[in-house]
Every structure is written in structure tokens, then in C-alpha cells.
Design a binder for this molecule. Sequence first.
Ligand SMILES: [Zn+2]
Length: 363
Amino acid sequence: MNPASFYQRQTILKEIGDAGQKKLTQARVLIIGAGGLGHPVATYLAGAGVGHLTICDHDHVEESNLHRQILFTPKDIGKPKAEVLSDRIRAQNPLIQVHTINHKLTASNAQQHLACIDVIVDCCDNFATKFLLHDSAFLWSKDLVQASIYQMEGQLQIFPFQTQGRDQGCLRCLWPTVPSANAVGSCAQAGVIGAVPGVLGTLQAMEVIKLICGFGRSTCAATTTINLLDLQTDTLKWRKQAQCSLCGDSPTITTINEQAYQNETTCEVNSEVDIELSDLNPEEFILIDLRSSDERLKSPTRASSEALLFSDYEHWKNQISKTQKTLFICQRGFRSADIAQRFRSQGYQACYSLKGGIENAAI
Ligand SMILES: [Zn+2]
């Protein structure tokens, strides 16, 4: 194998060149999750010549994985995912080093596994691990590229804490606490077409290559949502919050506390929060709309409502009273349930969320 000819088609790009290829060869990237996102990420980073790739997953291949985890074959069923994916990637590009972690990344082993890493690629499917990776990336100044999918939609978030510093805001400015595990459905419950994580994982790989080589522009402290039903994209940018528990002026999260990430559900959504349209009189409630401006344009509400950015939470805490009936609405009822729960945990017992969101009950 001759590196010059292997990488020739990308080194002729002015954005890569020999200097960029050298940076890729020296880069150390950790992929968390060898599933639908992890496969395209691993494939394209190996192809690009990332010199040190580590693949971490504690699961085994199942038959229901094969339609989207495209490098697995029926012969792999029952084998450790991280090992099988690592073998495929080594075969794809023998010029790079591929390392395998067959156990779960936890708060107690995170520092050990992240110590020598430049970029973390979050391809996992649970909030506890996403927050663990995010907080670790912030505290130890690593770049982080996150993606998640829900049915036909994907979300991408980039936190270049190593290459661009820690002043742009963090995930906890938007979501102060780890959302409940049931705030969004898993692939098993919600369903997934393999091409959706394929698209998002490919975007993650491209963002990693941009970060390593230092070209292009990435929107940071923002969630980019891509709806693959109509190819519409929407970017929700948020502001750094002075009171953020991680990046704010007086942070309370200063180390990785092993207890904080043990439960997959640290903020359980109380079923009393969810309210059906038929059970409420909209005139009794202040309506607060959590959707982005694009979402609001697509499905306007008939009732008048105030718009609220997720990051305006602290502001709204001073605007509504603890006894005022307040109904949060969003597209599907996940964000609204989470924020209503967050208000309730602060003593605002008259906060509710419209069950199923605007999609299920036009208001
Ligand atoms: Zn923050």
C-alpha cells in the first residue's frame, strides 16, 4: 500500500494537501457507538486516513441491526460489535491503526479512554452517555461531534472545545440537566431507515475531517436539524448562559462525578405533566411555544402563544408565577415535557406539556 496513491484523490484538494494529510495521519479519534452512525463515521474516517481510530461499543451484533449497520453481515450475529467493525476498518485501510474498546464508556473509565484523544465522535443513543461525553470533552478540552436521529430526522451538534476553546457555550446552556431516557424514542421503539443514520454519520465524519485539517466553517453551540422527509434543515443557535452549571461564571460541574451519569434517567418525566387537548381549556393557560421559527411557520397555532427559546428558561422562571397554569407546546411533545418537568422540579406545579405536541393536536 502506497499512502501517496491511496490518498491521492483527496490530497489534490487545496483544503487537504500534504499538510492536511499529515494532520489526519497524526489525529487520534474515538468513535463511541458501532451502530448506524458509527459505521459511516468509521468508514469515512478510515478512508480519509485518520491515523489512530478507536472504536468503542459494548454490544453484540443482532439480526435487527443489519439493515442499517452496513458493515455487519449475518455471519457476525452474536459477535462483539466493536471488534467486528474494527476488523472491517483494518481491512479497508491497512495504513492506519485501529484500536478496540469492548466495554461501555463510563464516568469511571472516561478519563483513561479520552486522555490521548483529539476528537470524540458521539454515535451513541442514550442521553446519559451523551452528557458524559459532552462534559468530559468540555472539562478536558476535546473536540466533540454529536449526532442523533429520530425517525426521518437527524440532529448534528459540534463542540470544538479543543480547537476553538470553551467560550461559545455548551450543551448544558440548552439542556441544564440530562433529559429523561423516554424524552425521545429509541430506534427499537421509534423505527429507523438505515439511510437516515447513514446521512448523519457521513456528516459527522466530514465535520471531524474539517476540524482536524482546519478548513471550512462549523456552526457551534447550535443544533442543526435535518428533516429527510423534505430535505429541510434548520439551525437553532443558542447563547452561552452565565448561570450554566458547566461553562457559566460559577460552574458546579468541575469534575466527572461517577454518580451523575450512572442512571440513564436522571430527570424522570412525570406522567401528570402530559395533558391532552381535550382535558384543557386553552383560555385558562398561558401558552409557551418551544418550537423554532421554521417549525412555527409550518404549523401555526390558532391560539396566541409566546415564543420561548429553550435557553430562555431562567428568564421565564421570573415571568410566570408558581400558580399560573402554563402550557408548553412543541412539535412532538418531547421538548415541552422536559421543560415542564424542569419547571415543576423548581416548584411550578401548574406547568404542563401538550401530549404528542402540535403534530398530534393542533391548538
Ligand atoms: Zn454551558
